[in-house]
Design a protein around this ligand. Structure first.
Ligand SMILES: *[C@@H]1O[C@H](CO)[C@@H](O)[C@H](O)[C@H]1NC(C)=O
Ligand SMILES: *[C@@H]1O[C@H](CO)[C@@H](O)[C@H](O)[C@H]1NC(C)=O
Ligand SMILES: *[C@@H]1O[C@H](CO)[C@@H](O)[C@H](O)[C@H]1NC(C)=O
Ligand SMILES: *[C@@H]1O[C@H](CO)[C@@H](O)[C@H](O)[C@H]1NC(C)=O
Ligand SMILES: *[C@@H]1O[C@H](CO)[C@@H](O)[C@H](O)[C@H]1NC(C)=O
Ligand SMILES: *[C@@H]1O[C@H](CO)[C@@H](O)[C@H](O)[C@H]1NC(C)=O
Ligand SMILES: *[C@@H]1O[C@H](CO)[C@@H](O)[C@H](O)[C@H]1NC(C)=O
Ligand SMILES: *[C@@H]1O[C@H](CO)[C@@H](O)[C@H](O)[C@H]1NC(C)=O
Ligand SMILES: *[C@@H]1O[C@H](CO)[C@@H](O)[C@H](O)[C@H]1NC(C)=O
Ligand SMILES: CC(=O)N[C@H]1CO[C@H](CO)[C@@H](O)[C@@H]1O
Length: 829
């Protein structure tokens, strides 16, 4: 007991400290050199002190061998900052040498502001610049009519104890110069080697190891916003507005928010781009005349032409949608599809206004522009069409091989971002501590799986431990490796014919989904975390922890997973006929489902949900029930899928209504929305919407309809109350539904959509009613079904949270024992 306390006393402050680190307000680089070249004094520039490199000032220590002298502009333009009043001039090879304390990505900036002094015209300089042996500026010279100061920024990895900068004048009489130099280390997660999408004529492929490249910043754009100076930026960058690059200005409309972005672990950080970038965007300029038309917003950015490789970093933050899952758009680069169906809601842990970025790699062509377009995706066909972009950075890869210098020694240095890495370390530490504590407490018991695997799920009646688990982000990799579900990467490659593009059956925020066949001939759906989806790590781990515990005929089961080579792959059973939604409307490829089929599908889905709610000591809330998450197998058996949302993000504070409500628009429980209290009744509400969707064969939200009809739940309830439900049912069903069956169906759906959770039936009640009305439909039998057939299935269903007094609330036809008549906790495998 004593040691346990001690451990806690020592460890808790340590944990708090760890938690606080990511929240420290401003970034302080470990290496940070700012030189005012040719000056004996220090100069202040955007509140940063650049130290002089002349005379006895500290900065002179960094000068390396070579002939150089200082030059001072005797007659400076008063508008120019004092930093640009002096320059260092190199008359033969020479430069600076900085000792480095940190390995990894660094930013190097050169300031050039030419002037005339002492018989030298700096504009006539003609020189090259090398950084660590990489030729970054080749035969650099000023255009005679350009008086502006110029800042050249390079991003490169430094892995030695020194960083060397060399100015190399061309021609014997030539010289080079520089007014100021900045060298500082970037945050660890500035360039992450996984997740970049290489976009070319042959499609999108993953591009790896690009952090070893040397980049030159070509454009840094605050889309939809104003110019940002080093004052406004965490890494002292300058961002310029996008208007000049817009191909068709009328296509875009600036969007602004006053709320600071909702930064989430695993997404973008303030250092990736400052608040201001994410608080403005361009969206599609929809007006009455363009409402129905489909168009892109396109920007043309001038770049070096002729196959020069570029890193294109696009910044997104959904500041335009009123709710989640309303915005789906496509990204094109150079007329190639670069990212289909971007769903910012799923890239960002299902929080609105949460910043993310996606890295693309593309080669320039002979046109000398890189063209970036965003436009609405097909998925948004029934919704408001829109597409956004908040920021763009275009970095040229400086071609190391072509520059006639010895290639940098390339070290394979897998940079694990501080966020991911830090969290994993943290989780490991905490897991270790809790394990110690747990083992001490429960010595005789074997350590149960649950004690190690903390599912950041919503459990009802959550214990303090499950609350703790939310704070603790997600389980560490490895801790869920206990079920033998790991599948070697090679086997997955084999199953999918090495991720053959023709086998893609879906794509989403997480990545691509491939159809595959495992060696034992098991058909599977392989969901591969892909470029841009590193944000999905917590979801990935949550899905594994939840799904590995679940086996049920009406829930999609997890066959395995793979996390080799920093891959995130989930392998599910293959569900032949896909989402229910496709079989209801919007696709002519599927014959309409009969009423009986629809009822059976609803019953199946209700069973799956009921099992989720009650099949465990602590129930699981799905949180994202909708017709796209109910899949149909070859026999039209319903299987509930996508448990990605059945989780709570690591640092969600549930009090923020507008940003943290999760789920899909049109299916969202109004009470959850208002009170932020999530219960199993929220799933019941969403299921009620699905019931009406099945009956009416139309989307939950259809903005193209008249106002009172847009929201299916509202409209159907209205009709149900007026007794006009039969007027809105799917025309394909007319004549198929018996009146008693329809009546009961309407009542059941209506109950599900009750304003308050307490007034809604449990999933068990819903299930029972659906079965009952299927019987009504089948036999035309009015009245109660035969009570003798009701049997309580053994197992832990009896610990269900169902309350006995549901029937007292006017929910008829049920006795508590019958509720479980169809419940089979061990259905399926
Ligand atoms: C310049 O700044 C450095 C560091 O801030 C300081 O040590 C040095 O004394 C300053 N030099 C002058 C001339 O002000
Ligand atoms: C940086 O990496 C090099 C080579 O991998 C190593 O020798 C050096 O000690 C590292 N420096 C730091 C500060 O980690
Ligand atoms: C710069 O030097 C190169 C190489 O000697 C030469 O070809 C070029 O014409 C020079 N440019 C200017 C503007 O002097
Ligand atoms: C990229 O890095 C991986 C290991 O991190 C290495 O196996 C692979 O050869 C590298 N590829 C290139 C093109 O350098
Ligand atoms: C940028 O910083 C300057 C100086 O602090 C401030 O006046 C300006 O309003 C800021 N701009 C934005 C867009 O925040
Ligand atoms: C509507 O948009 C189109 C094209 O985007 C534009 O030409 C037209 O002037 C706009 N109309 C109004 C009323 O803003
Ligand atoms: C958007 O641009 C892409 C690439 O140029 C093109 O293929 C697509 O058809 C465009 N979409 C619309 C609606 O114009
Ligand atoms: C993209 O396609 C459009 C129309 O086909 C063409 O005008 C434009 O030049 C193309 N852009 C690039 C970068 O190839
Ligand atoms: C949310 O934050 C507020 C203060 O910002 C705090 O009082 C409250 O306990 C938090 N709620 C949760 C669920 O963390
Ligand atoms: C059959 C079975 O697993 N019963 C368990 C149901 O859950 C309670 C506690 O929630 C256990 O005590 C039973 O052993």
């Amino acid at each position: 007991m004593e040691t346990q306390k001690l451990v806690i006393i020592i460890i808790i402050p340590f944990i708090l400290l760890l938690f606080m680190i990511p929240f420290s307000s401003s970034f302080t680089p470990i290496d940070n050199y700012l030189l005012s070249c040719g000056s004996q004094n220090n100069a202040s520039f955007f509140n940063r002190i650049f130290i002089g490199d002349d005379g006895t000032n500290q900065g002179s220590n960094f000068l390396s061998s070579g002939k150089s002298f200082s030059l001072r502009n005797q007659n400076p333009n008063p508008k120019l900052p004092s930093l640009y009043h002096t320059a260092r001039v190199f008359t033969n090879n020479g430069g600076y040498r900085f000792s480095m304390r940190k390995n990894g990505t660094h930013l190097v900036r050169f300031h050039f502001s030419p002037f005339k002094a002492q018989g030298h015209d700096l504009k006539s300089a003609n020189f090259s610049v090398l950084v660590d042996g990489n030729l970054v500026l080749s035969r650099f010279n000023f255009k005679p009519n350009n008086d502006d100061a110029m800042i050249k920024e390079f991003i490169l990895k430094s892995e030695s104890d020194f960083l060397e900068i060399m100015f190399r004048p061309l021609r014997n009489s030539g010289f080079g110069f520089v007014n100021a130099v900045e060298v500082f280390s970037a945050p660890d997660d500035f360039l992450l080697d996984f997740g970049a999408r290489f976009v070319s004529a042959s499609g999108v492929e993953e591009y790896k190891n690009f952090s070893n490249q040397v980049f030159e910043t070509v454009h840094r754009i605050n889309v939809g916003g104003s110019k940002l100076t080093p004052f406004n930026d965490t890494l002292w960058r300058t961002w310029i507005p996008d208007e000049d690059f817009l191909v068709l200005k009328e296509a875009a409309k600036a969007a602004v928010t006053t709320h600071t972005p909702n930064y989430q672990k695993g997404g973008a950080t303030r250092e990736i781009a400052p608040d201001n970038v994410y608080m403005t965007a361009q969206e599609m300029n929809m007006n009455q005349s363009t409402l129905a038309s489909q168009f892109n917003i396109t920007w043309n950015f001038p770049v070096a032409s002729g196959g020069v490789r570029h890193l294109i970093r696009l910044h997104f933050c959904d500041i335009v949608s009123p709710a989640l899952n309303l915005l789906y758009f496509d990204v094109y680069i150079n007329n190639y599809s670069a990212y289909k169906d971007v769903d910012l809601s799923s890239l960002t842990f299902h929080a609105l206004a949460s910043p993310v970025y996606v890295d693309f790699i593309a080669d320039s062509d002979d046109s000398g522009v890189i063209q970036i377009s965003v436009g609405p995706s097909d998925l948004s066909s029934s919704m408001r069409k829109n597409a956004i972009l908040n920021g763009a950075e275009i970095l040229k890869m400086v071609n190391v091989m072509d520059s006639h210098v010895s290639p940098r020694k390339k070290r394979i240095w897998v940079l694990v971002g501080s966020i991911v890495g830090g969290t994993i370390v943290l989780v490991l530490v905490v897991a270790a501590i809790l394990l110690i504590v747990k083992c001490k407490r429960k010595k005789p018991r074997e350590r149960s799986v649950e004690s190690v695997v903390w599912t950041p799920l919503r459990m009802f009646g959550g214990s303090s431990q499950s609350r703790m688990s939310e704070a603790v982000a997600f389980p560490s990799p490895g801790s869920y490796g206990y079920l033998g579900l790991k599948i070697p990467f090679a086997e997955i490659q084999l199953a999918t014919n090495n991720f053959d593009r023709t086998l893609i059956i879906g794509s989403g925020g997480f990545g691509m989904v491939y159809k595959g066949v495992l060696r034992d001939n098991l058909k599977v759906a392989v969901k591969r975390g892909m470029p841009g989806s590193r944000q999905g790590l917590p979801e990935f781990q949550t899905e594994i922890t939840i799904l590995s515990k679940i086996r049920h005929r009406h829930l999609v089961s997890l066959v395995g997973y793979c996390e080799e080579h920093s891959e995130m792959i989930l392998v599910y059973e293959y569900v032949e006929k896909g989402p229910l939604k496709k079989h209801l409307y919007g696709s002519s490829a599927h014959p309409p489902l009969s009423w009986k089929q629809r009822l059976e599908i609803c019953i199946g889905a209700a069973r799956g949900l009921h099992y989720l709610h009650t099949g465990f000591a602590q129930g699981i809330i799905h949180r994202d029930i909708k017709s796209t998450n109910i899949l149909l197998d070859e026999n039209y058996v319903a299987k509930v899928a996508d448990f990605g949302l059945s989780r709570s993000g690591p640092c969600i504070n549930e009090t923020h209504v507008s940003t943290n409500v999760k789920g899909s628009f049109g299916y969202l429980d109004p009470e959850y929305f208002r009170r932020q209290q999530l219960t199993d009744k929220s799933d019941v509400y969403s299921f009620g919407v699905v019931l009406f969707e099945v009956l009416c064969a139309r989307p939950a939200v259809d903005p193209q309809l008249d106002r009172e009809q847009v929201n299916l739940a509202e409209w159907a309830l209205e009709c149900q109350k007026k007794g006009m439900l039969e007027q809105i049912i799917d025309p394909c069903l007319v004549g198929q539904i018996k009146e008693s069956s329809l009546k009961k169906f309407g009542e059941t759906a209506e109950k599900c959509l009750a304003e308050y959770g307490v007034d809604r039936p449990s999933m068990g009640d819903v299930l029972w009613n659906l079965e009952y009305l299927l019987q009504l439909q089948e036999n035309g039998q009015q009245g109660e079904p035969d009570k003798a057939t009701a049997t309580i299935v053994p197992g832990n269903a009896s610990s269900s949270t169902r309350t006995e007094d549901d029937s007292d609330k006017g929910y008829s036809d049920i006795s508590s024992s019958q509720v479980f008549s169809q419940l089979m906790t061990n259905e399926g495998r």
